[in-house]
Design a protein around this ligand. Structure first.
Ligand code: PMP
Length: 394
């Protein structure tokens, strides 16, 4: 009988020639356990997903309760399904009053696709502006927005009319014009290796979009659902988007995504023609039940309260001559080393020592740290000790 590792290599389509190939058989809280019963502390939440930890009991209960009632019964948008409508209401309550309509989909890329279509349809414009080093997903539309030429080169032609600006640069905002349907931007840039805009930048972004009539689409797929210490990262900046996009951490470990806007905007999908955006599985009842439980866990267990303290603890503990810088917003962190060649053996050694981290798509000399928000201070101390040991060992 071939081993699972052989089956993985023989039959599962590969995305790199050096996959991590850990074989987990269970996961609970901040830990994952492999086939040899070795425990790993998950410092990246598989990536940016397990914000409430693996298999949170309330999420598991919601999933089981829903499985006992029904799975798929109808395509999105036709039947009244209690997990979907209760989730939509709960999401609306976390958002500014004007954002009261939620379109449920299955993933981040899909949510971005929906948001792009919504902006084009509502404004009647076709141009889009995004940021260099942005990551918005792997489907063709989302890839068109992605700000890395090497990822796009082999897939042209992509969407026409997409231009890119430097994240954080106020002067570049002039590229947003009265021809622009939307400016699509991550509230905290993730795969760029953690980039955070200033308060002034965000005010300028909002002002420029309002002035030109371009919609502001915030991609909070990685930085939303509590990751930065606020439920939504835009709350740090005192601005409001026109459309906000969520996925990853939203499902508490189940696949789900959403794009959210005002009812007035969303209305355009219902007419001329009807069914302007449709999905078979969007807002699957089991995923929706899990997402509602996840949202409630974040609120009821006050998971946001000590994110800033935990962030500071990482900064205090991770001191080493080989660490060049630490960038962070809440528990979304990048620890920078001199190069990938310096970092990769450290990541490998940390995994041997039982701590899982990785690097960023567009910043491979920085270690990603994005643990479940439930991580305790003692667990942070333990994780940092292991990272420092890994640095010293290699
Ligand atoms: N936007 C951002 C900011 C992301 O981090 C990701 C996933 N890494 C996506 C979009 C795409 O999400 P998905 O992989 O669920 O399609």
């Amino acid at each position: 009988m071939p081993s699972h590792r052989q089956l993985f290599l023989n039959h599962l389509a590969q995305t790199s020639d050096a996959p991590l190939m850990l074989e987990m058989v269970s996961a609970e809280g901040i830990y994952m356990t492999d086939v040899d019963d070795k425990k790993y502390l998950d410092l990246i939440s598989g990536i940016g997903v397990s914000n409430v930890g693996h298999r949170h009991p309330k999420v598991i209960k919601a999933i089981k309760d829903q499985v006992d009632k029904h799975l798929h019964v109808m395509v999105y948008g036709e039947f009244v399904q209690s997990p979907q409508v209760r989730l939509a209401e709960a999401l609306s309550k976390t958002l500014p009053n004007k954002i009261d309509s939620v379109y449920l989909v299955n993933s981040g890329s899909e949510a971005i696709e929906g948001a792009m279509k919504l902006a084009k349809r509502y404004t009647g414009r076709s141009e889009l502006v995004a940021c260099h080093n942005a990551y918005h997903g792997s489907s063709h539309g989302a890839l068109s927005l992605t700000g890395s030429e090497s990822f796009k080169r082999n897939y042209r032609p992509l969407l026409p009319g997409v231009s890119h600006v430097r994240f954080g640069c106020i002067d570049d905002l002039n590229k947003i014009t009265s021809e622009t349907a939307a400016f699509v931007i991550e509230t905290v840039q993730g795969e760029a290796g953690l980039k955070v805009g200033s308060q002034d930048y965000w005010k300028a972004v909002r002002d420029r979009c309002s002035l030109t009539g371009a919609l502001l689409i915030l991609d909070e797929i990685q930085c939303g659902f509590g990751r930065t210490g606020k439920f939504w990262a835009f709350e740090h900046y005192g601005i409001e988007p026109d459309i906000i996009v969520s996925a990853k951490g939203m499902g508490g470990g189940m696949p789900i995504g959403s794009f959210m806007a005002s009812k007035e905007l969303m209305h355009v999908f219902t007419e001329n023609p009807v069914l302007g955006h449709i999905s078979t599985f969007g807002g699957h009842p089991v995923s929706s039940a899990a997402a509602l439980a996840t949202l409630e866990v974040i609120q009821e267990e006050d998971l946001l309260d000590n994110v800033a303290e935990k962030e500071l603890l990482f900064h205090t503990l991770l001191k080493h001559p080989k660490i060049k810088a630490i960038r962070s917003k809440g528990l979304m962190m990048a620890v920078e080393f001199e190069s990938y060649d310096v970092l990769k053996p450290i990541i490998d050694r940390a995994i041997e020592l039982g701590v899982v981290t990785d690097w960023f798509l567009f910043n491979d000399q920085s270690m990603r740290i994005a643990p479940p928000l439930i991580i305790t201070k003692d667990e942070i101390k333990k994780a940092c000790k292991i990272i420092l040991q890994a640095i010293n060992d290699v």
